[in-house]
Write a protein that binds this ligand. Structure first.
Ligand SMILES: C[S@@+](CC[C@H](N)C(=O)[O-])C[C@H]1O[C@@H](n2cnc3c(N)ncnc32)[C@H](O)[C@@H]1O
Length: 235
C-alpha cells in the first residue's frame, strides 16, 4: 500500500491507464459539481455511517461531495497520480476533512475484500485500456461488501485515445455507446443488476451495479453470472 506523506509525492505505480500530472490546471478546468459529478453524488446516495471508496479520485471533487452528503461516514480516495493525490490530501487538511487519499491503482485496490458499502468512479473509466477496465471491475467487486453498490460516471461514447479527449472538450464525439462495452465487462467481473440510470445529462453515462448477495449451493461461494448475459440499457 502506498500512502502519501506530506514529505513529498509518493512514487507513481505503473499502469497503462492515462494518469494526469497537472492537478492545478485540472482544478481550473473543472468545477467540483460540473461534468455530472453532482448528479453522480445524488445517484450514489451515500448514507450516514457508510464506508465509501472513490476510485480515480483525482483532486477529490467527488470524494469531498460524498463526505459532505454523508455527514457521518468514511471516504477513501485512490488515484494513480501522486500529484493529484498530493493536492487532494492538501485540500483535505485545509477543509479538516476526514477523507483519506492514497496513491493506488484501480486494478490493484489496496483494501481487503468486502470493505465498502459504495464504490464510485467519476470520469475515470475512459482513461483505462480494456484489460485494465476488466481488472478494475474485478477489484471493485472484490472490495465491495455483498449487496454493496458501484456507481460510475463517464462519457456516453466509447473512447480512450488522447485525440478522443481533445475532441471531447471541443464537441460531442461520435462512436459506439460506452455502456455497451462496459456492461458485459462488469457482468463478467461478477457484478450484478448492471444498469444505465436515466438522467437529463445527455452526454454522460451513469452506470450502476451491485455486488450480489447470493451464495452458491455450498453456501461458500457466490453465484457467478453467465458471461453472455447482457444488462439492460435503461431501466
Ligand atoms: C478525468 S480524471 C477524473 C478525476 C476525478 N474522479 C474527477 O471526477 O474529477 C481521471 C483520473 O483517473 C486517474 N487514473 C488513470 N489511470 C488510473 C488507474 N489505473 N488507477 C487509478 N487512477 C487512474 C488519473 O490520474 C486521473 O486523476
Amino acid at each position: 500500500m502506498t500512502r502519501h506523506s506530506h514529505g513529498g509525492p509518493a512514487p507513481a505505480p505503473k499502469t497503462t491507464g492515462w494518469v494526469l500530472h497537472w492537478p492545478r490546471f485540472y482544478d481550473l478546468l473543472s468545477r467540483p459539481g460540473s461534468f455530472g459529478r453532482g448528479t453522480l453524488v445524488d445517484l450514489a446516495a451515500p448514507t450516514a455511517g457508510e464506508t465509501v471508496l472513490d476510485v480515480g479520485c483525482g483532486t477529490g471533487a467527488v470524494s469531498f461531495a460524498l463526505e459532505a452528503r454523508m455527514g457521518e461516514g468514511r471516504v477513501h480516495g485512490i488515484d494513480a497520480s501522486p500529484e493529484m493525490i498530493a493536492r487532494a490530501s492538501k485540500k483535505a487538511k485545509r477543509r479538516r476533512s476526514r477523507a483519506a487519499f492514497q496513491v493506488a491503482l484501480a486494478e490493484a485496490i489496496p483494501f481487503p475484500d468486502g470493505s465498502f458499502d459504495l464504490v464510485t468512479s467519476s470520469l475515470m473509466l475512459h482513461h483505462l485500456p480494456d484489460d485494465v477496465k476488466r481488472a478494475a471491475f474485478t477489484e471493485i467487486r472484490r472490495v465491495l461488501k455483498p449487496g454493496g453498490r458501484f456507481l460510475a460516471l463517464d462519457m456516453d461514447v466509447e473512447g480512450h485515445s488522447r485525440l478522443f479527449h481533445a475532441f471531447l472538450h471541443l464537441r460531442r464525439p461520435r462512436g459506439p455507446a460506452f455502456y455497451d462495452k462496459l456492461a458485459p465487462m462488469m457482468s463478467d467481473a461478477g457484478l450484478d443488476q448492471v444498469e444505465a440510470l436515466p438522467t437529463a445529462e445527455k452526454r454522460l453515462l451513469f452506470i450502476r451495479a451491485i455486488r450480489p448477495k447470493q451464495r452458491g449451493p455450498t453456501g461458500n461461494h457466490e453465484l457467478r453470472l453467465p458471461t453472455t448475459e447482457t444488462a439492460p440499457r435503461r431501466k
